[in-house]
Design a protein around this ligand. Structure first.
Ligand SMILES: NC(=O)c1ccc[n+]([C@@H]2O[C@H](COP(=O)([O-])OP(=O)(O)OC[C@H]3O[C@@H](n4cnc5c(N)ncnc54)[C@H](O)[C@@H]3O)[C@@H](O)[C@H]2O)c1
Ligand SMILES: [Zn+2]
Length: 408
C-alpha cells in the first residue's frame, strides 16, 4: 500500500497528540519541504560561554527554507583550533557554537536542494559534511584551479553567534543555510562515521601533499621526512603511503606517537630527545634515511626550533612543505645562506584546503582503509555532547590523538 508524506505526517501528529495528552505536536512539514518525520522543536548546542566553559543551550529549530538543510549531528572531531578557542578565544567569538569537523544525517531540506557542492544528488537520510562558507566570494568553486588557497573563508563551527544559533557541529542539530550564505557541503553517505569525522584534518594533508607535488621533487622512490607525529603528521604519513611513497622517516619526541607512525607506514623513526644538538640529530635522520639526506620533508609541528632544524635533514636540491604554523608560534631563525640558497631548497607553505581537496580526501580515506592503514585508530577518545568540557580538557592535557564528540 502506498502511503504519502502527508498521511505519514498526520499519523505521526496523531500518535504525538495521544502521547502528549492532546497538546498539538510540531506542525507537519509544509509541502515545499522534504523529510521532517520526528524532528524535535528544539536543538541542543554546546556554546562556549566563557573561557574553558561550554554550556549546553536549547534553541528552537528554525523553519527550513527552500534552500536550507537541517542535519541531525552524529559526531564531530575536536580540532586544535577548538582547543585554542576554549583556552584563550583568540578570535573573540565567545559566545560561540564550536565544532567544524562534524558530520550527520539530513533530516529535512528545502525543495531547491538537489545536489551537493560536487554536483552529487542528495536526499533526506544522506550523510553529509560541510566545507568552507564562501560568503564574501561566492564565485569560488571547487573547479576554479586558480584558487589554491581559501584562507579567510568561514566555516560552520567558527561563526559568530546570531539568531539561528545552530551554527556549530558540537550540537544535536545543525542548520545549513542555503542561497547567498555561501555554504558548501558534500554527500559522504558511502563513508562510515569515524572516517567522516576524520575528513577535515585529512583534507589538510591532502592539500599539503598537493602543494608538495607542485615542487616536482617528490617521487615514488623519494626519501621523505615527516617531522611531528601528532594527528597532522600521522595523517601526512598515511597520505604519502597511499601515494606509494615507502621511505618515510618520522621524527618526534614521543615514543608512543613514533610507534603509531610505524603502524601508519613510516619505515623508520627518530626520537629527537635521544640526540643532543642539530649535528647528532641530523646524523640520526640521515642514518634512518639509509645514509642519505631526505629528498623532501613535511614540517608538522608548531615549534620554531623544529622549523629551523628541518632544513638540515634535506639534501641539496630537495623540497620542504611547511604546514605546522596554523597558529602564530613565533619567529624561527634560519641561515638563508646555508639553509636555502646554497642548498637550492624549494619551499612551499600549505594552508587548509580547497573544495577540490575535500573530494580527493573521500577517495584517500577509502584507499587508506583499503590498504590496511589504521587511520580510524587516530580517534582515541569519544565523548557525549554533555561531556564536552571534559573532552576539551582531555585535548588540552594532550591525552590521546583525535578526540571526538559522538552523539547517542
Ligand atoms: N596548515 C594547516 O592548514 C594546518 C591545519 C591544522 C593544523 N595545523 C598545524 O599543524 C601542527 C600539528 O598539528 P597536530 O594536531 O598534529 O599537533 P600536535 O601538537 O598534536 O603534534 C605536534 C607534534 O610535534 C612534536 N614536536 C614538537 N616539537 C618537535 C620537534 N622539535 N621535533 C619533532 N617533533 C616535535 C610533538 O611531540 C607532537 O607530537 C599544529 O601546529 C597545527 O597548528 C596546520
Ligand atoms: Zn580543524
Amino acid at each position: 500500500m502506498a502511503i504519502n508524506e502527508n498521511e505519514i505526517a498526520a499519523l505521526v501528529q496523531q500518535v504525538l497528540r495521544e502521547m502528549t495528552g492532546g497538546v498539538p505536536a510540531a506542525s507537519a512539514a509544509p509541502a515545499n519541504q522534504r523529510g521532517g518525520g520526528d524532528i524535535p522543536k528544539t536543538a541542543h548546542v554546546a556554546v562556549l560561554t566563557g573561557l574553558k566553559h561550554f554550556d549546553i543551550k536549547e534553541y528552537p529549530i528554525p523553519e527550513v527554507g527552500d534552500d536550507d538543510i537541517l542535519v541531525k549531528v552524529e559526531g564531530c572531531g575536536v580540532c586544535g583550533t577548538d582547543a585554542h578557542e576554549f583556552k584563550v578565544d583568540p578570535f573573540g567569538l565567545i559566545p560561540v557554537a564550536l565544532g567544524h569537523e562534524g558530520t550527520g544525517e539530513i533530516v529535512k531540506m528545502g525543495k531547491n536542494v538537489k545536489v551537493d557542492s560536487a554536483g552529487k544528488p542528495v536526499k533526506v537520510g544522506d550523510k553529509i559534511v560541510t566545507c568552507m562558507i564562501f560568503k564574501d566570494n561566492p564565485d569560488i568553486t571547487m573547479f576554479d584551479l586558480n584558487k589554491q588557497n581559501v584562507g579567510g573563508a568561514d566555516v560552520y563551527g567558527l561563526l559568530p553567534d546570531d539568531d539561528i544559533h545552530l551554527n556549530g557541529w558540537f550540537s544535536d542539530y545543525i542548520f545549513i543555510r542555503g542561497g547567498s550564505f555561501g555554504s558548501t557541503f558534500f554527500n559522504v553517505s558511502d563513508l562510515d562515521l569515524d572516517s567522516r569525522i576524520l575528513i577535515e584534518p585529512c583534507a589538510v594533508l591532502v592539500h599539503a601533499v598537493e602543494r608538495a607535488k607542485q615542487t616536482n621533487i617528490m617521487r615514488f622512490n623519494s626519501k621523505v621526512v615527516v617531522q611531528g607525529c601528532g594527528p597532522i603528521g600521522l595523517i601526512c604519513i598515511a597520505v604519502l603511503r597511499t601515494m606509494g611513497i615507502e621511505t618515510i622517516i618520522a621524527v618526534d619526541g614521543n615514543e608512543q606517537r613514533l610507534a603509531f607512525a610505524k603502524k601508519m607506514g613510516a619505515a623508520a623513526t627518530v626520537n629527537f630527545m635521544n640526540h643532543k644538538g642539530i649535528e647528532a640529530l641530523t646524523a640520526a635522520v640521515q642514518e634512518a634515511c639509509g645514509g642519505k639526506l631526505a629528498d623532501f620533508a613535511f614540517q608538522c609541528t608548531g615549534s620554531p626550533v623544529a622549523h629551523a632544524n628541518i632544513y638540515h635533514f634535506i639534501r641539496n636540491g630537495g623540497g620542504l612543505c611547511e604546514l605546522g604554523f596554523f597558529i602564530n608560534g613565533g619567529d624561527a631563525t634560519i641561515n638563508p645562506h646555508f639553509d636555502l640558497c646554497s642548498k637550492e631548497i624549494t619551499l612551499v607553505g600549505s594552508w587548509v584546503y580547497t573544495l577540490r581537496d575535500y573530494v580527493t580526501t573521500f577517495d584517500f580515506l577509502k584507499r587508506a582503509i583499503g590498504i590496511g592503514l589504521p587511520i580510524k585508530e587516530l580517534i582515541t577518545h569519544k565523548f557525549a555532547l554533555e561531556d564536552i568540557n571534559e573532552a576539551l580538557e582531555t585535548n588540552l592535557a594532550q591525552k590521546g590523538l583525535k578526540i571526538a564528540i559522538v552523539n547517542k
